[in-house]
Design a protein around this ligand. Structure first.
Ligand code: NAG
Ligand code: NAG
Ligand code: NAG
Ligand code: ZN
Length: 365
């Protein structure tokens, strides 16, 4: 852990107020949490009850800290295109797509025993990732990388590529991992889930930030903490944006991109997502990849798109396949780099890059 020690020191020096707050809140499970497992099924549960839900594969949201007055609020629906039209700006960018950065970052992630949100590993892995992201965009004017601090040790990370307008397209993935048999101490490389979503975003960011494209709308990249324990990181952020009435056009969430079915197809999630943006997503897959799509649904709140959807914003999710539990290694110690299809993963760079640019638009000046 010597490698990130200097960075940690930097963080402590410049954010000591923050650090004190984190020390004071190390265990969010000191008291019971309000857990929702379905639209009208809410219970106050202990840490062990919650870990049992994970073990059994039950989908849930932790809504303890959510301001429910925002939940039914519909945000202003900003314009999204009916169909792709920016092929001439987008397709030339694909020649720069490579698996070099994705491989290097996944290998770095695999060195953490786990990235559990409520632990030292979870915190250190998020600081390490912030450093990796910062080095991808280093020297590129106007691009910001900032941690989003929660009431638990792990940070989320937000990177912003400003456009002419502050209307924002979000590309997102989660940076935490979990071993369902032993969440706090078990080994959880979390490479497909969701290292593969994280590295797709980083490759899109690398290409966009180094391109000469002038974006009309702003693009943000969100890396969420605490997804595996009830969408905690994305819920904090989506609610903060909703309260501030931030103009978010749509969120595209990537959660697992490297474990295809045979033959490979792109799963298109139909629950807790927006039908209009999802129709654009299907057309983007067919325009910018050689893969077919197949619809699927995951049940209640299976990933961070649900936080945006619930805060009144649009969301879409292209899945690695139309199966919710297609990868048998998910949430175990064997979710490692040997199981990843980089060929499949790189298709999601095309999809996320094209979706972001089509929705953001480009300007001549
Ligand atoms: C959790 O599951 C274990 C084993 O399945 C069981 O023994 C225990 O009682 C459960 N705990 C709670 C709090 O439900
Ligand atoms: C590809 O990306 C690198 C930065 O990562 C950049 O220096 C280079 O100019 C890009 N090439 C093209 C053709 O866009
Ligand atoms: C730029 O964004 C604004 C705000 O959404 C929109 O009114 C305008 O048509 C967009 N222009 C282009 C070239 O995409
Ligand atoms: Zn996941």
């Amino acid at each position: 852990m010597l490698f990130y020690a200097p960075f940690l020191a930097f963080f402590v020096v410049f954010h000591c107020g923050l650090a004190a707050r984190i020390q004071g809140n190390l265990d969010i499970y000191a008291s019971k949490r309000l857990i929702q497992t379905g639209p009208s099924d809410k219970k106050w549960l202990t840490k062990n009850d919650i870990f049992n839900l994970s073990r059994s594969g039950t989908k849930f949201r932790d809504i303890t800290d959510i301001d429910s007055s925002l939940i039914s609020l519909r945000q202003k629906q900003l314009h999204i295109p009916d169909q792709p039209s920016l092929q001439q700006a987008i397709k030339p960018l694909f020649t720069n797509i490579s698996d070099a950065l994705p491989r290097r970052v996944l290998e770095g992630m695999a060195k953490f025993h786990n990235r559990f949100f409520n632990s030292r590993n979870g915190r250190e892995s998020s600081l390490w990732l912030q450093q990796q992201i910062t080095s991808v965009v280093a020297g590129i004017g106007g691009v910001e990388v900032v941690p989003f601090v929660h009431s638990f040790p792990q940070n989320s990370i937000i990177t912003k590529i400003p456009g002419r307008s502050d209307e924002t397209v979000i590309l997102s993935a989660h940076l935490d991992s979990i071993n369902k048999f032993d969440p706090e101490h078990g080994s959880a490389p979390g490479i497909d889930d969701d290292g593969t979503g994280v590295v797709v975003l980083m490759e899109v960011m690398r290409i966009l930030a180094s391109s000469q494209l002038k974006l009309n709308r702003t693009i943000e990249f969100h890396f969420y903490a605490g997804e595996e324990v009830g969408l905690l990181g994305s819920a904090d952020i989506a609610h903060m944006y909703a309260k501030a009435m931030r103009p978010v056009v749509v969120d595209l969430q990537l959660d697992m991109t490297g474990f295809p079915t045979s033959p490979p197809v792109v799963g298109i999630l139909t629950d807790n997502t927006d039908p209009g943006s999802t129709s654009l997503l299907r057309q983007i897959v067919s325009e910018y990849t050689d893969l077919k799509t197949q619809d699927f649904s995951c049940g209640y709140a299976c990933s961070d798109h649900a936080s945006w959807f619930e805060a009144g914003y649009r969301a879409v999710l292209p899945g690695e396949s139309p199966l919710v539990t297609g990868n048998p290694h998910m949430h175990t110690s064997s979710d490692d780099i040997s199981t990843v299809s980089f060929q499949h993963l790189l298709h999601y760079v095309n999809i996320a890059l094209a979706f972001a640019v089509e929705v953001a638009g480009v300007t001549g000046s």
